[in-house]
Design a protein around this ligand. Structure first.
Ligand SMILES: NC(=O)c1ccc[n+]([C@@H]2O[C@H](COP(=O)([O-])OP(=O)(O)OC[C@H]3O[C@@H](n4cnc5c(N)ncnc54)[C@H](OP(=O)(O)O)[C@@H]3O)[C@@H](O)[C@H]2O)c1
Length: 274
């Protein structure tokens, strides 16, 4: 299968490229393909004619998006529109990666694919609008929502390990609950979907749930680091974008269709740290 990977230098892009090695891969970082450039995307896709696009490019600076709505919209919505239109023209399928931040986090129970969305941030809103754009343009789509992603790049695990070298005590939020998800597990699910004709919307996170505080404790337990961690409330860390208090996703549609290959978050973390 000829697969185009957008955002190929990002965390997920790199892992998808690693796992997709048996395919005919076309890796496109921003330098090669700026997804906001409509004519560039159109001519690039006409030339490559991919059977599928794994669309990993996104505006992912959640706090930065609050003061740069147009920038986030251009990448997350117009970019998705350009790629979906390119797929429509060239006959390819599209994986659009989305986020738990499409939900407001007020449900206090796991979110399934057909729960009502209510994004509370510019990032969440533009990712939702990007989803909708893809749904309207292209029937043969997989919209894959994930959460708390870490892989090769800047992420919570690396931040914790860096801070532990610099400070004796860390204060970590204990009242936001979600599911840490490695790019390894997410990429597995994406390829499993791509092998199928089961188009639609999917949740794809590791199994289980925890707070950022629990996540930090587990990182230090697994790496054997001695750090004092103090649980604190979200209110003590004011940030521009309001995070959902509870955004655990249930991989219901994966279980109902192609099967859910994603492992427990602690197991995935162990592999990452190794
Ligand atoms: N990270 C998370 O915790 C998380 C959680 C839920 C969902 N997601 C979703 O998962 C997907 C992958 O996230 P990630 O963590 O891999 O993000 P990432 O590491 O930030 O990678 C995103 C990539 O997109 C590229 N990009 C930005 N604007 C572009 C443009 N105009 N044209 C082409 N490429 C552009 C970036 O390039 P530059 O490096 O040049 O900016 C970067 O390489 C995204 O859709 C994200 O919304 C992420």
């Amino acid at each position: 299968m000829r697969i185009l990977i957008t955002g190929a230098n990002g965390q997920l892009g790199r892992e998808v490229a690693r796992q997709g090695i048996q395919h005919d891969l076309v890796l496109a970082g921003r330098d090669k393909l700026d997804i906001t450039n409509t004519s560039q995307v159109s001519s690039f896709m006409r030339e490559v004619k991919p059977d599928a696009v794994i669309h990993c490019a996104a505006y992912t600076n959640v706090d930065g998006a609050e003061s740069d709505e147009d920038g986030a919209f251009r990448v997350n919505v117009v970019g998705a529109q350009n790629v979906a239109a390119g797929c429509l023209e060239t006959g390819g399928r599209m994986v659009y990666v989305s986020t738990d931040y499409v939900f407001d986090g007020e449900k206090r129970d796991v979110y399934r694919e057909f729960d009502a969305v209510n994004p509370q941030t510019v990032y969440g809103r533009t990712k939702w609008q990007g989803e909708e754009m893809v749904r309207r343009i292209l029937g043969r789509h997989y919209i894959v929502r994930t959460a708390w992603l870490y892989g090769e790049g800047n992420n919570f695990v690396r931040t914790m390990l860096r801070l532990a070298r610099q400070q004796d005590t860390l204060r970590i939020v204990h009242d936001q609950i979600g599911t840490p998800t490695s790019t390894v597990e997410l990429a597995k699910a994406i390829f499993q979907l791509l092998e199928s004709d089961s188009y639609g919307t999917y949740h794809a996170t590791c199994q289980g749930q925890c707070s950022w505080y629990d996540f930090a404790c587990e990182i230090f337990r697994q790496t054997g680091k001695q750090v004092k961690i103090v649980p604190v409330a979200t209110g003590e860390f004011p940030r521009p974008a309001k995070r959902p208090a509870y955004s655990v996703l249930d991989n219901y549609m994966l279980r109902m269709t192609v099967g859910d290959p994603m492992r427990e978050w602690q197991t995935a973390l162990k592999e990452y740290i190794k």
